[in-house]
Design a protein around this ligand. Structure first.
Ligand code: FE2
Length: 142
């Protein structure tokens, strides 16, 4: 399962894009490690980095959505909440059984779907709305 950062993932708000980019880059490393299946510690480290980083990232998106009164904020929060619950579940399993190849493959599958579906659909729509608000705000401020 390979995923490379490309233009289709760039949404146009630097803070969000650079966090998404970091998520993708770490995903690539995790995916490679999971395929090799021999570096349990590296898999554990990358998986916990990604899930912690996702929390930081969701907080960033939440702050921006609140600032611009994004009307679909609850839909975003519910997806972020689902991801967070899954992440906790994975982390518990990794703590209990170590980063088995089976878990590593499940984690990469989950992240892969997340990055493609959530960023390209939900986040794209949210960023388009926020950018419009920003443009209007700067128009009326000047
Ligand atoms: Fe989001």
């Amino acid at each position: 399962m390979s995923l490379h950062w490309d233009e289709s993932l760039v949404l146009g708000i630097d803070e969000i894009d650079s966090q998404h980019r970091s998520i993708c880059e770490h995903f690539e490393k995790l995916s490679e490690a999971a395929q090799q299946g021999t570096q349990k510690e590296l898999i554990e480290e990358l998986a916990s980095f990604l899930f912690e980083y996702a929390q930081v990232h969701f907080a960033t998106e939440d702050r921006i959505m609140l600032e611009y009164k994004y009307p679909k904020i609850e839909a975003q929060r519910s997806e972020h909440g689902e991801f967070t619950r899954d992440a906790k579940e994975f982390m518990k399993r990794i703590e209990k059984d170590g980063a088995t190849r089976e878990i590593a493959i499940e984690v990469t599958g989950k992240l892969f779907r997340w990055i493609y579906n959530h960023i390209r659909n939900h986040d794209r729509e949210m960023v388009a709305y926020v950018k419009e608000c920003m443009a209007l705000r700067s128009k009326y401020e000047n």
